[in-house]
Design a protein around this ligand. Structure first.
Ligand SMILES: [Zn+2]
Length: 720
């Protein structure tokens, strides 16, 4: 590549933004040089940086550029000039490193950057700085990247489409071998278990079928030819657990390799042999997380290892779920020199739930580094309003760049820059909560509810302290509307959690809760919070449901506190809860972990005893729809009544339509006298109510639990 040198005088730039390079030789066809220049112009353009010069060198000849790492850079000060040397993106990252580390420019998020009036330090004459990132590929998630192109550059992040052919980077099986094209005629291409093949868009493949190998290789051949810029493609299992093939051939490979990753890796190796100059990536995820005992990946195979089931209150080495994963990481790192780790760092069911994993994130990244991980995705969601979204993104990106950076210093630096005078109490808030996480029995899981934390990290005496910290923080920046807004946005998870916990108290103060809900609604609107969870439920829906379910005036419920006898038991882990949960007056929330009673792979039935005969005009049960957790609406529900518990009269029955939406929903199924499908036009005298539910029992082919047992969950029973 031809050497490009663009001399940029910062002082001139400050006076005449837009004048850069107008009279100079520059090669704007090189997008990285252009990007580096535009960043200098945008961010440094308004500074009082002392007159100096920056020279861009993307030839990487001399100045230590020959053995530069991917995305790395070298900064050299020679007299009045600072020379930034880097290949492609490395050149841009070098400019950012210079501005960030030597000219006091900080970038917090979404157009919010800060330029120091007095640069903290510059490179000394003759000084050379070489920088290489910990992970050669760094990916994360946050709302700012969608709205602010500079943010992604500044945090030196990459997206899958830059690395993977046709953006095929995860769960690609159905894309490469579409079930709607092959499923009907070739069920043998798909996984065998439970006595049958499971062709479907969410199915896995039979990894031993030679025709599957041929079709996939021919598909890859055309994809590589059509996308010459990317060298890597992913052949990776569809999402879902326990859906792998157990046909005799696959089972033999599973036995030899002591796990389902065996047949997968054998297949991937065969593909990798056909494309020796490309990289074939595959998942080690859920059933395939542990490495095979015998089979080793070829050098051009990349393993994308995911720690989805691990807990986050402590480092991976410090809790049992993490230790399981460590076994996988140790194993893979011994046989693969091309490891990608996918880590998870937020509550995906409740973005607005405190998730004190900041130190854990840092410990874990160092563990990945020590295990020679080359690529990293820190999936932290960071939606607007999500728990410390801006700090979380800042920390994740900085640690991916340098896993040895001091996380505590990064947190302090960010808090002081972003929240100004409010930094101190917010730092205390984070530290006290982290102490509570380490010092209590909290199980910080990525699919959970703040209600699970009400006796540990969110117990009342801690909530009181957290609120005091935030009151103090708001008071300290009361005169500064920008910072006050940032503090208030960061307080939303505390407010949301308090509301979630409040609704589990049958005697909650409804007036107080109404006030808190109105405030949450107003603030979510003010801060443009659009999503509360991975299923895309909005704050508006939440507020509306809260009013309907938890704040509505309590009408007399004949079932309240009454005994339920199960004809078909729920799953054993719900037996204890099921003694009271259906009639305790407390509704469950969007996560199935509290107040919901679940049946798996079966129908359900129970009898409710009202103790005395009463006039019954309406019977209703509340169902949860959450397909992400394999919780499907049942196929049919029926209610019948009896005076003596022996002779039953049908009251109401309904067939429910299949529901495929990814959103979490609460579906009340009510039978009312006079209504269609209700057998009676006037109230019925009854002491016993029988509820019978026909479950879907197995997950359908479109669902990623295909062929495995499905769940249904019921909460409150209302009888009027
Ligand atoms: Zn098979």
């Amino acid at each position: 590549m031809k050497r490009i040198a663009v001399i940029l005088i910062l002082a001139v730039m400050a006076a005449r933004p837009g004048a850069i390079g107008q009279n100079r030789q520059s090669n704007d066809s090189d997008k990285y040089v252009a990007t580096a220049k535009s960043i200098l112009q945008k961010v440094a353009g308004s500074t009082g940086v002392k007159p100096g010069a920056v020279e861009l060198n993307n030839s990487c000849i001399g100045l230590g550029g020959e053995d530069i790492a991917e995305d790395g850079y070298v900064l050299v000060r020679k007299g009045k000039k600072t020379i930034v040397t880097g290949k492609e993106k490395g050149l841009v990252y070098g400019i950012i490193g210079l501005l960030k580390d030597y000219f006091g420019v900080d970038y917090w998020g979404e157009g919010e950057y800060f330029v120091a009036k007095t640069p903290t330090k510059g490179l000394k004459n003759g000084e050379t700085v070489r920088v290489a990132p910990t992970f050669r590929y760094r990916q994360t998630q946050n709302y700012m990247m969608k709205t602010d192109t500079l943010y992604k550059w500044w945090y030196r992040l990459e997206g899958p489409s830059e690395e993977f052919v046709d953006n095929l980077w995860v769960h690609t099986c159905n894309h490469l071998l579409p079930a709607d094209k092959y499923g009907k005629e070739h069920p043998e291409y798909y996984a065998f278990y439970g006595g049958q093949r499971h062709p479907g868009s969410a199915s896995q493949w039979c990894m031993s079928n030679p025709e599957v190998l041929e079709i996939v290789c021919s598909r890859l051949d055309s994809l590589f030819k059509a996308n010459p810029l990317q060298q890597t493609i992913s052949i990776s299992q569809n999402d879902g657990s326990d859906t792998y093939c157990r046909c005799p051939l696959c089972q033999a490979a599973i036995d030899e390799d002591d796990g389902p990753s065996g047949p997968i890796l054998r297949f991937i190796n065969k593909v990798a042999e056909r494309f020796p100059d490309k990289t074939i990536s595959t998942l080690a995820y859920l059933f395939s997380v542990q490495p095979p005992k015998v089979t080793k990946p070829l050098p051009n195979v990349s393993i994308m290892l995911c720690d989805i089931d691990c807990r986050r209150q402590t480092a991976l080495t410090e809790n049992p779920t993490g230790q399981d994963f460590m076994r996988a990481l140790d194993g893979w790192s011994k046989i693969c020199n091309n490891l990608f780790v996918w880590d998870y760092g937020i509550n995906f069911d409740n973005y607005l739930s405190p998730f004190p994993n900041f130190s854990t994130m840092a410990y874990n990244m160092r563990i990945f580094k020590e295990h020679n991980v080359k690529m990293h995705f820190s999936q932290i969601a960071s939606e607007r309003g999500g728990d410390m979204a801006e700090l979380r993104s800042y920390l994740a990106a900085n640690l991916m760049w340098d896993a040895d950076a001091d996380a505590d210093s990064l947190v302090r630096h960010f808090l002081h820059g972003y929240y100004g005078a409010a930094a101190e109490p917010l730092y205390r808030y984070l530290r006290v909560m982290e102490g509570a996480a380490v010092g209590t029995d909290v199980d910080l899981f990525i699919y959970d509810s703040p209600v699970s934390y009400k006796n540990n990290i969110l117990r009342p005496e801690l909530l009181r302290r957290y609120n005091e910290y935030f009151d103090d923080a708001e008071a300290r920046v009361a005169h500064d509307p920008v910072r006050l807004a940032r503090v208030r946005r960061s307080r939303l998870p505390l407010q949301y959690s308090a509301l979630e916990i409040a609704r589990t108290n049958p005697d909650m103060d409804r007036a107080e809760a109404e006030k808190a809900l109105n405030l949450l609604e107003a603030r979510c609107k003010e801060f443009n919070v659009t999503m509360l969870n991975e299923r895309h439920n909005s704050p508006q829906e939440y507020v509306q449901l809260y009013r309907q379910r938890y704040l509505a005036p309590q009408t007399a419920n004949l079932a309240r506190g009454k005994k339920v006898t199960y004809l078909i038991d729920p799953r054993p882990k719900y037996l204890e809860l099921s003694k009271t949960a259906l009639t305790d007056g407390v509704y469950g929330g969007t996560t199935y972990v509290e107040n919901w009673v679940g049946w798996e792979g079966t129908d359900g039935a129970f009898i409710l005893d009202l103790e005395d005969a009463a006039e019954v005009s309406s019977i209703s049960c509340d169902f949860l729809h959450q397909i992400g957790a394999w919780i499907l609406l049942p196929e049919a529900v029926s209610y019948s009544t009896s005076l003596d518990g022996a002779v039953w009269t049908p009251f109401y029955s309904i067939e429910l339509p299949e529901k495929r939406t990814g959103k979490v929903e609460f579906i009340p199924v009510e039978g009312r006298v006079g209504q269609e499908r209700c057998t009676s036009a006037s109230p019925v005298r009854a002491r016993y109510i029988k509820v019978e539910v026909r479950g879907t029992k197995t997950c359908p082919t479109w669902h990623y639990g295909v062929g495995n047992p499905s769940w249904f969950f019921i909460d409150e029973v209302l009888v009027k």
